[in-house]
Design a protein around this ligand. Structure first.
Ligand SMILES: *Cc1c(COP(=O)(O)O)cnc(C)c1O
Length: 446
């Protein structure tokens, strides 16, 4: 990854600066914005908009960069893609071919990961509220590891595993009480958060776990938050606490086979400082390295975020009393991050001519009946005409997975680009599908 851009507080990065950090995207005078070898205008024309487009090359490159960083730091590591950020079957297939496992948080994700060809031996199940059915399913599949988040949950796992005649490999998710300095909605490692067990209680729970039937205590895990860009200090503090805990467990004669370091590595959506995988690998090495244990990582956003864009078309430009509004055919029901987290996404015109035209501020909005359906305020964009396509950058993680059909808007299609090829990997939902499964009771008449 290139160094962060030097920018003032107010200036947004230019189109060229945004693209320079995203090597799978290039801008051409004739073809306009191109992903790998496919002009995005072609996808917009053939598949329609809004449409999510993912770069297989970028997914592979990022998976490999993360693997290399861990290996180069001398770590024995496995990577379990946090598929809640992107559960598209073809995306998972690309990552499975790179040897990545999956971090799943529901039976649905577990089933999709298996359908994508990820072996059960590569799957870790996280989450604060796994149901008995989900635990049963995970044990029947004999997945790699269950990360338990409470003593109450461990008791349930023990009872289910015993009844099934199975042994569950269980790690305790420890809440290290560190502040990851990210958005409040995605910080997970502070003592007031719902996740994990307090580090002060984790030792005792681990010891108890060793006496429970149907449970093999396998290790400890943590995940302190998402979109972490504030450097390595929170990671280091969390991992140092895990290292102390492993040493204390060993003194008690309790074996620890591996440590799950979680995910959360942030990406530069605008001009945030981007922590590198090398820095993260270095932090793991410095804190946990001396234990000589295999480590696990659960990255989501870092791998998939920059690999995807959301393509939208301009419905119209509207001159309001105070602003120019660019109304696009994507909305908060497609990409919710701006409405939900006040997230900033790069917005780049797909036409080469538009991308070099004079710029003026615009409000970029969707058609949904909420003022929160705003993608950007005061964004410098060229004048745009009805039908012009724009690309929302870094939409490969927490994009399509968070979509809804709010305002009865069908779910957008998904496309995978691989070199000069592309394919629709999830068809656009039909309007008929919105009615599917609904039944009007007879007493309401016809
Ligand atoms: C969401 C989540 C991740 C991935 O977070 P990213 O910020 O996408 O890397 C990893 N582990 C757990 C337990 C999670 O809930």
């Amino acid at each position: 990854m290139a160094a962060p851009l030097a920018l003032t507080d107010t200036a947004d990065p230019s189109f060229a600066e945004l693209l320079a950090l995203r090597p799978h995207l290039t801008l051409h005078a004739m073809d306009g914005l191109v992903m790998e070898d496919v002009p995005l205008a072609r996808i917009a024309a053939e598949v329609g908009t809004p449409v999510w487009v993912y770069s297989a090359g970028a997914l592979r490159r990022r998976a490999r960069a993360l693997k290399a960083a861990l290996t180069d730091a001398g770590l024995t590591a496995t990577i379990h893609f946090a598929m809640k950020c992107n559960d598209n079957l073809s995306v998972l297939r690309v990552l499975a071919a790179e040897g990545l496992g999956a971090d799943v948080v529901s039976e649905g994700e577990l089933r999709i990961s298996r359908a994508a060809g990820i072996p059960a031996s590569g799957i870790v199940f996280s989450g604060v509220g796994k149901t008995a059915d989900e635990i049963r399913h995970a044990l029947a599949e004999d997945i790699f590891q269950i990360n338990a988040e409470s003593v109450e949950e461990i008791e349930v796992i023990s009872a289910i595993a015993s009844a099934m005649g199975r042994t569950a490999r269980v790690a305790i998710r420890v809440n290290p009480d560190v502040d990851a300095k990210t958005h409040a909605k995605i910080t997970t490692g502070k003592s007031e958060n719902k996740f994990g067990v307090a580090i002060g209680d984790a030792m005792e729970i681990y010891a108890r776990m060793a006496t429970m039937p149907g449970i093999e205590p396998i290790g400890i895990a943590t995940h302190i938050g998402s979109q972490i860009t504030a450097g390595m200090s929170a990671y280091r503090a969390a991992y140092a606490r895990l290292a102390e805990m492993v040493k204390a467990l060993r003194l008690q004669g309790l074996p620890v086979q591996r440590v799950d370091c979680g995910g959360g590595l942030g990406i530069p959506y605008r001009d945030e400082p981007a922590p590198s995988p090398e820095a993260l690998a270095g932090a793991i090495r410095a804190t946990l390295g001396e234990l000589g244990l295999p480590v696990m990582m659960e990255p989501g956003r870092w791998i998939a975020g920059p690999a995807g864009v959301l393509l939208a078309s301009v419905v119209l430009q509207k001159q309001g009393a105070a602003h120019r509004f660019v109304v696009v055919d994507a909305a908060m029901n497609d990409l919710v991050r701006p409405a939900m987290y006040e997230a900033w996404h790069g917005i780049v015109p797909v036409s080469g001519a538009r991308a070099v035209a004079p710029l003026s501020p615009a409000e970029v909005v969707g058609p949904v009946c909420e003022s929160g359906d705003t993608f950007a305020r005061g964004r410098l964009l060229p004048m745009l005409e009805t039908g012009d396509a724009v690309a929302f950058l870094d939409a490969g993680a927490y994009g399509a997975v968070m979509s809804s059909t709010y305002n009865a808007r069908p779910l957008a299609a998904e496309v995978l680009v691989d070199g000069a090829r592309f394919a629709v990997v999830r068809q656009r939902q039909t309007h008929d599908a919105l009615l599917h499964g609904q039944h009007v009771p007879a007493w309401l008449g016809t």
